[in-house]
Design a protein around this ligand. Structure first.
Ligand code: BGC
Length: 770
């Protein structure tokens, strides 16, 4: 992998004219390839091509292969499939030269010259890495998220990728599940906003827009409810939760125009996802009108066998197709099952019409992306696009806006450069470059980041003494991460004497004006196959933290993780959560620490006190005894350490004057609410105003609070703004198990607006009397 990375780096140095997509779009007369394709024209081209195809060629279009083109021994088998017209799509090569080579085989050596659709996991960036998606959700800034994914799309399209397996829109109430890092957290409303923003960012205003790629929201559906938070375990989700929690972000992504969907791995209520007709056909296509194509997760078609609903590969392929899975993602070394569809037709297990229906959207995507006109990319231009400095600026802004300040006693942050002349930077993540980037990045794309230590040193310059101690090591996972092999070779660090390192850390803190402890989880402790059963700081980090705090020096914890960690009882004066902040995370965090940026992010998850509290949602139902809602465990409070929506700033905000302009409305009418938010502190800053509702009575029991609106605003000291929120009838609708339908009750509602999910400024309205 290292060789691959080096090779890619070399290709970055090539270059010719720089073409910005923005320039291209600003041109007075866009060329025909820059206009949305006309549906009827696409349909006609699809039908003409389909009419020429054999059943084998159709099945080929439904097969997607992992393609490691950099490794000739692994590539050979797939090269043969491509040249034989048996591969409709490939994934996992990102080198433009190798992708051009693969396309050349497809368009020059196959009978029908159908180009390949190239997919890849562009999750939080390709070469320029953005904060992990959970962090992006913490920005509560859909425009920022859209812009960031547009940058990722631009890089991806430049190298020859047409389609990303993203966004991950799985709602996750259980942070034991490592893939919580890839989504937007626990809330369906925030999750829907993030889903739609990412689809718009990846795809632009239409499928085939220049410098954009197709979005494939995943994993349809219910993957985030893995039992016990154990990745891949079954999901058992009630109809109530499925409709009201897990499906809305998918619906939002489809409404935003997503061209693809990935089916999940696991069985939902006993039905494996790639064979789930109800979800893939009834809900997705019939109810929601999805016209794109569904890809299985890696090996998801074969998994119908291992899940126990197909006796062999042929039956798995037929069941997947019949349920609504168009394309099989075939893992390395595994046999493709879609080719068996040709025989299945002969044997009467499937009709040609059924097969054609599944091939159409795949061909349509290729026409829409303009691949028949131009399957190749300009390799020199690709290198220029990846090196565009504007991308780094976008990544820095994203990292600054997604950090969450959890504690700031005595206004310790921002650090005062005039007073702090010496700093001890301590901890196992302080001098790590790789961990800044987070999971779902690949060494072959040559991503890079400075460590936080380097970022702090660059920020303070010569005038401040910065000392460093690693303190302790984060122990390696007991079950190693299978993804580490994608990470390139790294030399194993020399072991350290942790007792001596802790002593050194204490000594450094004693001789400094303040200590910054960079603690948390290594990046490979989040992501796929990365569940945890404990939210304690791994290894001896707590001991290190306690020892440094005991010096009495001001201590700032900078936390890196994508799940809550049990830091709430520590006496550190300040805690800043930077998640995994990406390529520009070091500069961003240094700006935040020294006040050149002000934290404004808010938690997209409830910060539970320990793994024992998971799963959790602030949007729980009321019980028969609401008076003791916080005391369900005999050990004490079951409330989280920090609630959903929480985050501090270097300034403060005051809410007042909440007015429901429409206190009584008929069902189906909008409700308008205004509220004043003022910056009551000493400096400019951002606040995320959040609106929550509660329906007091009706057909089903409704959550004690539900997020139904938010806006991130920047306010100068003393500035006051009146915000207007409109609740649409959609916002008041919910799926009721009592009627097994969507309903809007006539009812009384409470409404609150404030800086987190415990907001106290409230009002009420009534929906009733048609
Ligand atoms: C993951 C998907 C991913 C695919 C391809 C699977 O293991 O579940 O999210 O898109 O691999 O990398």
């Amino acid at each position: 992998m290292r060789r691959i990375a080096a090779k890619f780096a070399a290709s970055l140095l090539l270059g010719s004219a720089l073409i910005h997509p923005a320039d291209a779009q600003a041109a007075p007369k866009p060329s025909s390839s820059q206009l949305p394709a006309n549906d009827a024209a696409i349909d006609a081209r699809v039908e003409a091509l389909l009419a020429k195809m054999t059943a084998e060629e159709k099945a080929g279009q439904l097969s997607q292969f992992f393609y490691f083109a950099q490794i000739p021994a692994m590539a050979k088998g797939v090269d043969d499939q491509i040249a034989a017209g048996k591969a409709g799509s490939i994934l996992f090569t990102t080198d433009p030269k190798l992708l051009n080579r693969a396309q050349k085989m497809a368009v020059e050596q196959t009978r029908l010259k159908i180009p390949l659709l190239v997919g890849f996991d562009v999750i939080h960036g390709l070469h320029t890495i953005f904060p992990v998606p959970l962090a992006m959700a913490a920005s509560w800034d859909p425009k920022l998220v859209e812009r960031s994914q547009a940058v990722a799309a631009q890089e991806a399209r430049a190298v020859g990728i047409h389609w990303t397996f993203a966004p991950n829109v799985d709602v996750a109430l259980d942070a034991r599940w490592g893939r919580i890092v890839e989504g937007a957290g626990e809330d369906p409303y925030l999750g829907s906003a993030m889903a739609a923003a990412q689809v718009r960012g990846f795809q632009g205003s239409y499928i085939g827009a220049p410098s954009h790629i197709i979005a494939g929201p995943k994993h349809f559906a219910g993957y985030g409810a893995a039992m016990g938070g154990r990745d891949y375990d079954q999901s058992e989700i009630s109809e109530n939760q499925l409709h009201n929690f897990y499906l809305p972000p998918f619906k939002a992504a489809i409404d935003a125009g997503a061209g693809n969907i990935m089916a999940a791995y696991m069985a939902l209520n006993g039905v494996p996802a790639a064979g789930n007709h109800r979800l893939l056909t009834d809900t997705l296509r019939t109810e929601w009108g999805f016209r794109g194509w569904v890809v299985s997760d890696a090996g998801g078609v074969d998994a119908l066998r291992t899940h126990g609903i197909a006796k062999d590969g042929t039956e798995a392929a037929v069941k997947a197709i019949s349920a609504g899975t168009n394309m099989e993602m075939v893992p390395p070394g595994q046999k493709a099952h879609m080719p068996s569809l040709a025989a299945a037709i002969t044997e009467g297990k499937l009709t040609t019409a059924e097969l054609d229906a599944m091939v159409r959207p795949v061909l349509a995507a290729k026409f829409r992306m303009g691949l028949f006109e131009n399957p190749y990319v300009d390799e020199a231009r690709a290198a220029k696009v990846l090196a565009d400095p504007a991308h780094a600026d976008a990544a820095r802004a994203a990292a600054e806006r997604s950090a969450v300040l959890l504690r700031n006693e005595g206004g310790l942050l921002p650090l005062d450069r005039k007073k702090v002349r010496s700093l001890a930077v301590i901890g196992p993540l302080a001098d790590s470059q790789r961990d800044m980037l987070g999971p779902w990045i690949f060494s072959m794309n040559n991503p890079s980041a400075e460590s936080l230590l380097a970022g702090i040193r660059a920020k303070v310059g010569q005038g401040v003494t910065v000392s460093y101690s690693e303190g302790v090591r984060i122990p390696a996972r007991v079950n190693p991460s299978p993804f580490d092999m994608m990470d390139g070779k790294r030399t194993k660090p020399e072991p350290i004497d942790e007792d001596a390192e802790i002593a050194k850390s204490v000594a450094l803190a004693r001789q400094s004006d303040a200590a910054i402890l960079v603690l948390g989880e290594a990046q490979n402790m989040s992501g796929e196959k990365a569940s945890r059963a404990s939210f304690d700081l791994p290894g001896r980090q707590k001991e290190l933290l306690d020892a440094v705090v005991a010096t009495g020096k001001p201590v700032i914890v900078v936390l890196m993780s994508a799940r809550p960690l049990a830091v709430q009882d520590s006496k550190a004066a300040a805690i800043l959560d930077i998640w995994y902040p990406g390529s520009q995370g070091a500069a961003a965090a240094a700006n935040l620490l020294f006040g050149d940026a002000v934290p404004g992010g808010k938690l997209p998850i409830s910060w539970v006190r320990s793994a024992a509290q998971a799963p959790m949602t602030y949007a729980r139902l009321p019980s028969h005894d609401p008076t003791d809602a916080a005391k369900r465990y005999q050990e004490g409070s079951n409330e989280p350490a920090w609630p959903f929506g929480f985050g501090l700033s270097y300034t403060s905000f005051a809410y007042s004057n909440l007015k429901v302009l429409t206190p009584k409305v008929a069902p189906g009418s909008p409700v308008n609410i205004t509220v004043d938010v003022a910056n009551s502190g000493p400096r400019s800053g951002d606040e995320v105003a959040q609106l929550y509702i509660h329906q007091k009575h009706g057909t089903s029991s409704r959550p004690v609070r539900q997020l139904k609106g938010f806006e991130r605003v920047t306010l100068k000291p003393g500035e006051k703004r009146t915000l207007t929120f409109t609740l649409s009838p959609e916002d008041l609708r919910y799926w009721s198990d009592a009627t097994r339908s969507w309903i809007e009750d006539s009812s009384d509602f409470e409404v609150w607006v404030g800086g987190d999910s415990t907001a106290s400024l409230g009002g009420s309205f009534e929906v009733g009397g048609r």
